[in-house]
Write a protein that binds this ligand. Structure first.
Ligand SMILES: [Zn+2]
Length: 172
């Protein structure tokens, strides 16, 4: 993420922040209370779901990457465990209840306009449920690994798909 020209303000006291970059790492510091603000990674969780050897992908109805495909995924809420986050996102976006199995892969990404982050991909097994129309998703489809569309969203999803193509499905 690049430096923004807009002013930022301290979340403790509301005073303006000044650049306090250190050795090339971006930081801001409050002129009033001295608080140093470090940029934080966003944390995402995502689900690898195979049915009949086909991978579930959802086509995004919202920016960023509107119209591109990704695995069921989203940001982890502060209050929830990793497993709870996966279960919630899969249900919200795909209408499926899943069992969360092994952590499959972790990727860092730099390509999301909302900021850099890490995303954890978990192997999941569908227990029950059906797709429910929602604002975040405009299509729900299972794809054989050799039929995956080329318009894949950012934030690590292409890396996950490349890994699946290399390793094949596992305990799915
Ligand atoms: Zn302050």
């Amino acid at each position: 993420m690049h430096l923004t020209k807009e002013p930022h303000y301290c979340y403790h006291c509301g005073s303006i922040l000044v650049d306090a970059s250190d050795n090339g790492y971006f930081r801001e510091q409050c002129k009033n209370c001295g608080e140093v603000l470090y940029r934080q990674h966003k944390v995402g969780i995502a689900a690898v779901i195979f049915q009949n050897e086909k991978l579930l992908l959802l086509r995004r109805a919202q920016e960023p990457w509107r119209g591109y495909w990704n695995l069921p995924a989203g940001f982890l809420e502060y209050e929830e465990t990793l497993e709870e986050g996966v279960i919630r996102e899969v249900f919200e976006e795909a209408g499926l209840q899943v069992q969360v199995n092994d952590l499959r892969m972790v990727f860092k990404y730099w390509d999301d306009p909302r900021g850099n982050g890490i995303v954890l991909f978990y192997d999941c097994q569908v227990l029950h449920g059906d797709f429910i129309e929602n604002d975040e998703v405009e299509a729900f489809q299972y794809f054989a690994l050799n039929e995956i569309p080329t318009n894949i969203a950012g934030a690590g999803h292409q890396s996950m798909i490349d890994t699946l193509k290399k390793e094949g499905l596992r305990n799915a």
